[in-house]
Design a protein around this ligand. Sequence first.
Ligand code: NAP
Ligand code: ZN
Length: 372
Amino acid sequence: MDLNFLMPVQVMAGPDSVSRGSHLLREMGRRCLIVTGRSSAKACGALADVTAALDREGIVWDVFDKVGQNPLLSTCVEGGRAAAAFGADFLVGIGGGSPLDATKAIAAFATNDMEPMGIYEPRKVPPLPFALVGTTSGTGSEVTRYSVLTVDETGRKRSWGDRGSYARVAFGDARYTLSLNRSFTISTALDALAHAVEGYFNKTADPISDSFALLAMELLVPALRELKELPQQDFAPSLELRERLYAASIYGGLTINTTGTAFCHQMGYTLTEDHGVPHGQACAVFLPDYIRNGTLTCPEKAQRLFTRLNLFAGPFCQLVEDLLDARWPDYSPQQVEELLVRWQGSKNMEKTPGTFDAARQREVALRVLAHR
Ligand code: NAP
Ligand code: ZN
């Protein structure tokens, strides 16, 4: 047996989980800073549920609502100062991956007086404890140690994560995702699929990560077909479908918490950095190539997957293609060469099974980025 499994997050999922688990907040302290994006935490009802739970437990709270998409490192520094000034004992992050990832960094900045780039180094003081409440069904950030931040000076996304960047508790209530529009519903579902597929065909996969990846894919394949068939106008997936999507995102997160991601995420970051393509769409445009690479490099494992999903590689790739709507100006061959330099030393590339050297990276990048 070859395992290295750590999952210290208590996951409380289901209707009213915030209310049912309010005693878990009390255990973290008497003063709480809530971290959110600009508006969705309020709009989806999660903020009201969290503040009601805090009020019931007699916890004093304030809100830091400045986290944007692909959160800036400087916003996390500012959030850390706000938490320290408020005297926060703990944080509650509410949102999609952006506010949840920012919460992990704010917890570290609140207790460590350090330069922004210090987040990427080992730190002396443990972070504040924090709880996370997901409002999208994609990143699985609730259960991972990863925090993906945008470095202000370079505009590049860079992730960090360590034993201190796990939530104490993750509350999962799919009702909060009912307000997600079609575009973000599909993009975040594709992100969850990318986590499962990149984790399944990954050099670091093990039997536990495979189990979570399979659970996620078994939920996502029919769910994506259903999303595709729903009317674009008046798009309104049922709560039951939302619950399956949310569960899949947690299983996807549990997968990558062991394996990390692979080339789809590395290349996808580039599309987000350069052209603002939403994270899930940006990663998923590379998924068909990744599935084909997995089929060639891990044929037995691929066969087991396709048998279990009752879906072969071609239709699997087609399902993804049918849901892609990302657009960007074609990269020139010269720009692709520059990307190869940018990707040098990427751990995600190295986790891709088989040989994924510069020649293979060029091949995929030219096909996907230069000729759409
Ligand atoms: P997001 O960037 O958190 O949010 C995207 C948009 O959706 C925002 O406009 C947000 O509004 C809105 N939104 C969120 N929840 C909503 C709801 N329930 N109803 C209506 N609108 C809602 O999206 P995301 O895809 O979840 O997160 C992407 C980020 O996560 C990227 O930075 C990515 O790199 C990172 N990521 C992290 C991990 C990890 O393991 N930590 C894994 C994958 C990706 P507001 O701005 O108002 O909140
Ligand atoms: Zn992702």
